[in-house]
Design a protein around this ligand. Structure first.
Ligand SMILES: [Fe+2]
Length: 282
């Protein structure tokens, strides 16, 4: 099926089913995992169902006492994830700590490593077109008492809602829809990209609602404004959740955001993250 042909019956069926199956009910999106080193067949079956419907799932490890960092990598691999992105701040496995960084000045310049809010985005929107992030895992080791809530929206739903309102989806599939200017500090070259593209017959999205350091192509600005309004204002399709310790979320890189938070002297927010160049396949 080609979901790009928005006038086809196939598209209409896919659209209707996708919207009808939507749920933000956490009890239907959460999987309890007994042992992250080896998923049971019922855990696999439930996970596959949720991921296929929603492009994300939440999981809970309960009272698991094993080494969490290596266990998360093994868990992610069972979801078909791999080719993890390695950043300067990552461990060798690709696991990256998301916490307020006071030690590294370079790291503290990036909003994920501060306590500021993070606007709606997909991970790796500044990656080269041939090096996309297709999925990620976040795991909460400890949370803050105030804030740090996440919101998620399935990018396939954003695509559908855009098509419901506009015939100009081609604007967002332009290979130069936006440009992230070069970063002279870390040497990253300027990157131009599409917002939506079909990749192995699945929709991939590169997007950021940031205002600075992103240049949108002039002739598509009204489509971009429409997309931003759709994401911000369709609260019904937003999944809001604050991860508790020992809970995580795995996703085919859906759009997400984070509210600001406050750490206290004995309660610091620490999340682990893995970013994968592969889609979830379970
Ligand atoms: Fe992110």
């Amino acid at each position: 099926m080609n979901i790009l042909n928005v006038k086809s019956d196939d598209y209409r069926r896919w659209r209707d089913r996708k919207l009808a199956c939507f749920t933000s009910d956490m009890s239907k999106l959460m999987v309890e995992i007994k042992n992250p080193l080896k998923l049971t067949s019922s855990e696999i079956k439930l996970s596959a169902k949720i991921i296929n419907q929603s492009n994300l799932l939440f999981f809970e490890l309960g009272h698991y006492k094993g080494d969490i960092r290596s266990s998360l990598v093994i868990l992610a691999k069972q979801f078909g994830m791999g080719q993890f992105e390695i950043l300067e701040s990552s461990e060798k496995s690709g696991l990256t700590k998301i916490e307020v960084s006071s030690l590294s000045k370079a790291k503290s310049e990036y909003i994920p490593y501060t306590n500021k809010s993070l606007n709606w985005h997909t991970d790796g929107y500044y990656n080269e077109v041939n090096d996309p992030i297709l999925s990620w895992l976040l795991f909460c080791k400890s949370n803050s008492s105030n804030g740090g809530d996440n919101k998620f929206m399935d990018h396939e739903i954003a695509y559908i809602l855009f098509n419901d309102h506009s015939a100009d989806i081609g604007d967002l599939m332009d290979s130069e829809a936006f440009t992230i200017p070069e970063n002279t500090q870390n040497g990253r070259k300027a990157v131009s990209s599409y917002v939506f593209r079909l990749l192995d017959n699945k929709l991939h999205m590169k997007f950021s609602m940031r205002e600075k350091n992103i240049i949108w192509r002039n002739k598509i600005k009204s489509s971009v404004e429409l997309l931003k309004t759709i994401i911000k204002e369709n609260e019904y399709y937003q999944i809001k959740y604050k991860l508790k310790p020992n809970q995580g979320v795995i996703s085919n890189n859906v759009i997400h955001m984070r509210s600001s938070f406050t750490n206290t002297s004995n309660k610091n927010r620490l999340l682990y993250r893995l970013r994968s160049k592969r889609r979830i396949d379970i």
